[in-house]
Design a protein around this ligand. Structure first.
Ligand code: HEC
Length: 190
């Protein structure tokens, strides 16, 4: 675990994030993209390794800690706050705020129309302060299937783990290519 955290830190540094606020919209976009890539790639690599080593049911509870650890690491190294959210939540703690709700609705429309943008950046106010807000669609890949597919396709272990940890789970019924949610980053303005 310690090694993995160190790797995340290194990835952030290699990708060139000078810690601190964005100086322009382009700079904010670069910072948002960098944070999104680190979170997506790290989580996917960890999930693939865990599912292979222990199976989806046994590794399911770790997803929470991994997402938390990587987002915290991104925030401390780059100042960018990043989370994952969805309109069909597994963890109610990942609920969208009003800006994210609108972004989800917009991306769901884009998905229906078949013209999904790769990401978006906007200058907004958050708690009275100007910030840049970055959002990027999250689409389902093959590696997500063991934990987010139709209930009938999930293993007994996964169903049991979901019942125990996420009795209110709504994040099932997805196919490869479906919009699963968004990555949402808040980038401070200089
Ligand atoms: C081993 C099981 C497992 C795999 C594989 C998995 N997930 Fe999840 N996913 C979870 C769990 C558990 C949570 C809840 C984590 C938490 O508490 O924050 C979650 C939460 C999420 C969330 C946050 C929103 C919410 O519903 O709480 C998104 C988005 C998400 N997963 C997308 C994906 C994508 C995309 C993939 C494939 C790249 C994937 N997941 C693969 C188990 C899994």
């Amino acid at each position: 675990m310690v090694k993995r955290i160190a790797m995340v830190g290194a990835a952030v540094l290699v990708l060139g994030g000078a810690a601190g606020a964005a100086t322009s919209e382009d700079d904010a976009l670069a910072k948002g993209r960098q944070a999104a890539n680190v979170l997506t790639d790290t989580l996917r690599d960890q999930q693939i390794a865990n599912v292979r080593e222990k199976g989806a049911g046994a590794s399911l509870p770790q997803c929470y800690y991994q997402a938390l650890t990587v987002s915290k690491e991104v925030e401390t190294t780059t100042g960018v706050r990043i989370k994952r959210t969805s309109s069909k939540l597994r963890n109610p703690g990942n609920a969208p705020d009003s800006f994210e709700q609108e972004a989800l609705a917009r991306f769901e429309r884009f998905a229906r129309d078949g013209m999904m943008p790769s990401d978006e950046i906007r200058k907004e106010k958050l708690d009275g302060k100007p910030v840049f807000r970055y959002v990027k669609p999250i689409t389902m890949g093959a590696s997500c299937i063991p934990c987010h597919a139709e209930k009938s396709a999930l293993s007994e272990d996964v169903l049991r783990a979901l019942d125990e940890k996420y009795p209110e789970d709504k994040a099932v019924g997805y196919k490869v290519g479906d919009l699963r949610g968004i990555l949402s980053a808040v980038i401070p303005v200089e």
